[in-house]
Write a protein that binds this ligand. Structure first.
Ligand SMILES: C[S@@+](CC[C@H](N)C(=O)[O-])C[C@H]1O[C@@H](n2cnc3c(N)ncnc32)[C@H](O)[C@@H]1O
Length: 289
């Protein structure tokens, strides 16, 4: 690979890191970086701020794809997907990010398919999206609702500064800016969602306390037979960085322990094995199965 920027120290560290990954036959990951820093006595800051790290990540993504795809375990695939596609925007490789009609979306293709099935089956009046970031997922949900011929997206984000599209006036998407844990947002959601068939997709702050607070606040809008999806539960299991590893899954389990009105639906997303939200699709008991 070409090293055409950075200092001589950056070049040396980047080359040593590539050699380390090749020797260990492992991908770039938080664990590999930590191990490398200890083995080579490199300050982590020098590796993380290294201008070549994005190039290294994409190089190893390509090698993983071409050389090892047939031998990959589901765990390896999920790790590959998480670091090189799901989090590509963080690694400075936006061309790897999943897109829907050109809009960046931070999900997995298998989960998007599960959402399409879920929306078609439950025909929600409102998809309440907690955490929208670039807004690509909102466009995806709105397009599926358009195909169904019914429903709107209500997207909440603490900051809409990263939004990369403008919702069309009179279209199916509305955004509200604010903390999903605040009374102000809850009141506004209540005003718009009360009595409606709401599908909640929680993908904002992934700290356990926040995720749990959201479920307690917003699960009331889900009707029997409807769903509350806690996203990124896989991170608790896989130890993926940087999402908290006592986060969404721990929150979902804590909620189920205190509320027996919901149950986990494993059939829908987990049949694809590739879900980033195992045990995260919570179905409100009652209604049609
Ligand atoms: C992972 S991104 C959402 C990605 C999006 N759902 C998608 O699939 O493309 C998380 C978003 O949650 C937002 N967020 C973080 N804390 C929040 C909070 N307390 N209330 C509302 N949004 C929050 C962040 O600003 C960020 O845009």
């Amino acid at each position: 690979m070409k090293f055409d920027e950075g200092t001589a120290t950056d070049h040396a560290i980047a080359k040593a890191y590539v050699a380390f990954l090749v020797k260990r036959r492992c991908d770039d990951s938080h664990a590999a970086r930590a191990e490398f820093c200890v083995a080579e006595d490199v300050a982590p800051k020098l590796l993380y701020s290294n201008p070549h790290i994005a190039g290294i990540a994409s190089l190893f993504a390509a090698q993983t794809n071409v050389e090892r795809v047939a031998e990959m375990t589901v765990r390896e695939y999920l790790r590959y997907h998480y670091y090189y596609i799901h989090q590509a925007y963080k690694y400075g490789i936006p061309e790897m990010q999943q897109t829907w009609r050109g809009h960046h979306i931070i999900k997995s293709p298998a989960d998007c398919w599960a959402y399409q099935e879920l929306i078609f089956a439950t025909k929600p009046d409102i998809v309440l999206e907690l955490g929208v970031m670039f807004g690509g997922a909102s466009v995806f949900f709105a397009d599926i609702l358009e195909l169904v011929g019914h429903g709107e997206v209500l997207g909440i984000d603490i900051s809409l500064a990263n939004l990369r599209h403008k919702p069309k006036k009179g279209g199916r998407i509305t955004y509200l800016e604010g903390d999903s844990g605040s009374q102000k947002i809850l009141d506004e959601v209540d005003r718009r969602c009360r009595g409606k068939n709401v599908l909640v997709i929680a993908d904002s702050d992934h700290e356990k306390e926040h995720v749990l607070k959201e479920i307690r606040l917003y699960s009331r809008f889900v009707k029997p037979g409807g769903y509350y999806v806690v996203e990124d539960t896989l991170n608790d299991l896989m130890g993926f960085h940087p999402v908290p590893n006592e986060g969404p899954l721990a929150a979902a389990r804590a909620f189920l322990a205190e509320n027996d009105g919901f149950e986990i639906d494993r059939r829908l997303p987990e049949k694809y094995l590739m879900s980033l939200s195992p045990e995260g699709f919570l179905r409100r008991k009652g209604g049609k199965a």
